[in-house]
Ligand binder design. Structure first.
Ligand code: NAD
Length: 477
């Protein structure tokens, strides 16, 4: 039987006259009809959330923590169903899709044990100042398509544990798993606390403008992030922006290549490169460049091949939608037009796999030493194509790694930990991974420098942006 999907407003399931269907990235067939929320649906959701907030905001942290455990149980109990839906809409293999579901369980459980606490900020014989944290109101969560559940859920659990209500707007490219998750969670929380609406840029823009929404937490491109911030300014909404990166990965001459090569391959090609903190520019020391490149090509051709069956245990997959497929194809075409050295992949004559007959597949592609100002190096590719550049001077590679317009993540590989740390501390990125590929940890604050973001999420620090800090000044005499 075909699954059905609904907007969830005040714990009720709502269809819509207007629907759309996502294109399955593996088969290019239309998936299931999905209702598009109307302006009235949106207004009803805001009203329900505002009403719910009056009592939900006064629940205790302990009560909310207990409910997060119940939400985790819903995810766990329906992991099979959610994994299957998520695999179909994103094009991910079952293994990759199940990571999205199970990491969301972990996020719920992490915040069921983590909360903001009151803190004495000052004390002398006359006064005692205690900082406490109050919820903001209704949070609008605007989400991207590459990890639909994890990236929505982090906004949901951060909102809930701090006493906010939340309306989630998934990406129209991947609405299904998030909508099903909110539907399945009905009854766990009071009506109006956790709602979902399906829609595109229009609905997102409405959310950023509505005076009944206190905060927007947005994850997506830099261009949209700038629009979101400008729009939120009109009502002085609180805003968190998690935006694009163009991560440098520095491989030092003493790196242990047996470990480094698979790790760099995973950094670049996990989920076909559709990871905000994927390794997107590889800088390898000139003295080991040739050895590294030939090993990387071998690793990538062996591990990241096209597997049309989504049950195959692969962490590689198609590009998730036609829009992004065209972007990545455009970058490959630019490399070809400029005569850059494509050492594997690149379509047509690729040696890694036969091109799949249907779907948004692109074989993993590696380009050796394209110019620093090429499209592939300058722009976020967000797909399975990786430039491998070389360096010989530490100052120079740090300078080239640090961009003026992005600073999300970076990685450094070296057996000399002092050198690795010295380089890491000079990289202008919100997170730097040493001797490992970029995997955000839900216990660690995650944020972008420069155009890669505004504020951040995750870890205890991430909760601060979901709360007002109020200082209570007690007279002691
Ligand atoms: P996008 O900016 O196109 O869309 C993101 C969301 O914004 C979608 O839900 C979309 O419907 C909505 N939207 C579009 N226009 C809007 C508007 N004017 N006002 C309000 N909402 C609007 O991004 P995408 O293509 O879905 O996501 C991919 C991008 O996200 C990549 O650049 C990637 O690096 C980035 N990303 C960043 C992080 C991070 O944590 N920093 C994580 C994942 C992805």
């Amino acid at each position: 039987m075909q699954p059905q999907f609904f907007n969830v407003i005040n714990d009720e399931l709502r269809g819509s006259e207007k629907t759309h269907a996502v294109t399955d990235p593996r088969t290019e067939e239309a998936l299931w009809p999905c209702p598009i929320a109307t302006t009235d649906d949106f207004q009803d959701a805001v009203t329900a959330a505002q009403e719910a907030f009056t009592t939900w905001s006064r629940t205790t942290v302990a009560e909310r923590q207990e409910l997060l455990v119940k939400l985790a149980k819903v995810l766990e109990d329906h992991a099979g169903e959610l994994t299957e839906i998520l695999a179909r809409e994103t094009g991910k293999s079952q293994i990759l899709a199940s990571i999205d579901v199970h990491a969301s369980v972990s996020q719920c459980l992490y915040y069921s044990k983590t909360a903001l606490e009151d803190e004495v900020q000052y004390e002398d014989e006359n006064t005692r100042v205690v900082a406490t944290h109050l919820p903001l109101g209704v949070v609008g969560a605007i989400c991207p398509w590459n990890f639909p559940l994890i990236l929505s859920n982090i906004k949901v659990v951060s909102s809930l544990i701090t006493g906010n209500c939340v309306i989630v707007k998934p990406s129209p490219f991947t609405p299904y798993a998030v909508m099903k998750w909110v539907e399945l969670s009905r009854g766990v929380l009071p009506p109006g606390v956790f709602q979902v609406l399906n829609g595109g840029a229009d609905l997102g823009a409405l959310m950023t403008l509505h005076p009944g929404i206190a905060k927007i937490s947005f994850t997506g491109t830099i261009a949209t992030g700038k629009r979101v911030m400008a729009s939120c300014a009109k009502t002085l909404k609180k805003v968190t922006l998690e935006l694009a990166g163009n991560d440098a990965c520095i491989v030092c001459p003493d790196a242990d290549l047996d470990k480094t090569v698979p790790s760099v391959a995973s950094g670049g090609f996990f989920n076909a490169g559709q990871v905000c903190v994927a390794s997107k520019r590889i800088y390898v020391h000139e003295s080991i460049y040739d050895d590294f490149l030939s090993r990387l090509v071998k690793e990538v051709e062996g591990t990241y091949s096209i597997q049309e069956d989504h049950k195959a245990p692969s962490v590689f997959g198609p590009v998730s939608n036609k829009m992004q497929y065209d972007v990545v194809k455009g970058i490959i075409e630019d490399c070809k037009a400029n005569g850059y050295n494509i050492v594997t992949g690149g379509g047509g004559d690729d040696k890694t796999a036969a091109a799949a007959s249907k779907g948004f597949w692109l074989a993993p592609t590696i380009v050796s030493k394209p110019p620093e100002d090429s499209m592939l190096v300058k722009e976020e590719q967000f797909g399975p194509i990786l430039p491998v550049l070389s360096w010989s001077d530490e100052e120079d590679v740090i300078k080239r790694s640090n961009l003026s317009n992005a600073g999300l993540g970076a990685s450094v590989y070296s057996t000399d930990l002092a050198q690795a740390e010295r380089i890491a501390r000079r990289l202008e990125a919100g997170s730097v991974w040493i001797n490992q590929s970029e995997r955000p940890n839900f216990g660690a604050f995650f944020s972008g420098m420069k155009d890669s973001g505004f504020g951040g999420e995750m870890g205890k620090q991430g909760l601060l942006s979901y709360a007002y800090t109020q200082c209570l000044h007690f007279a002691k005499k």
